[in-house]
Design a protein. Structure first.
Length: 186
């Protein structure tokens, strides 16, 4: 099936999670995207890619809804996603008005909308995934910075306490010496 062969390594049944993007193919892009972009964003992007390709593959002056749409069973077969993930993703994309559902002969046909084509072309979900990763990283860095500063403050406090005790002992010993010198002069 033309839709299953997306130019990524691996079998067609798992391309949707294995191949994070189609615009920038290559092993380095695949590794970086899979490391930094959460799976839900990659799945959304790749699912839109399926619909995008199907739309342009079947779009012609004589095309009907069957030529530009996919059924749920086709999506399950092509994507290799679990039913639960597929339903969640489709529901999300429908809510975002990037997918449209047409019922024909008691079968739901899923079509990409203009908004969905734009989202796929602009790599909206890859961008959102990168942004979420950077936000998460920033939050971790802020937390770690606060922890490091707290540890430094505690260490400084302990060091200052030790120095104060040491200085007090030195002052006491100097007072004793001064008193002894005063006593010996009298």
């Amino acid at each position: 099936m033309a839709l299953a062969n997306r130019g990524c390594s691996g079998q067609a049944s798992s391309w949707i999670t294995d191949c994070p993007t189609f615009a920038k193919p290559g092993p380095l892009a695949d590794i970086l995207h899979s490391m930094f972009i959460k799976e839900k964003y990659r799945i959304r992007h790749n699912l839109l890619g399926l619909f995008y390709d199907k739309y342009f593959e079947g779009n012609s002056p004589n095309a009907d809804v069957y030529d530009t749409s996919l059924t749920f069973s086709q999506l399950e077969e092509i994507s290799g996603l679990s039913t639960e993930k597929l339903i969640k993703t489709i529901d999300y994309l429908k809510e975002a008005e990037e997918l449209y559902v047409e019922e024909m002969d008691y079968i739901d046909l899923y079509l990409i909308t203009l908004k969905g084509r734009a989202a796929y072309h602009d790599e909206k979900y890859l961008y959102n995934g990168k942004k979420a990763f950077l936000n998460d990283t920033y939050d971790v860095i802020k937390t770690l910075s606060a922890i490091v500063l707290l540890v430094i403050a505690i260490i400084t406090f302990i060091q200052n306490s030790i120095d104060i005790k040491k200085n007090k002992k030195e002052i006491e010993s100097l007072k004793i010496e001064i008193n002894q010198i005063k006593a010996s002069k009298k």
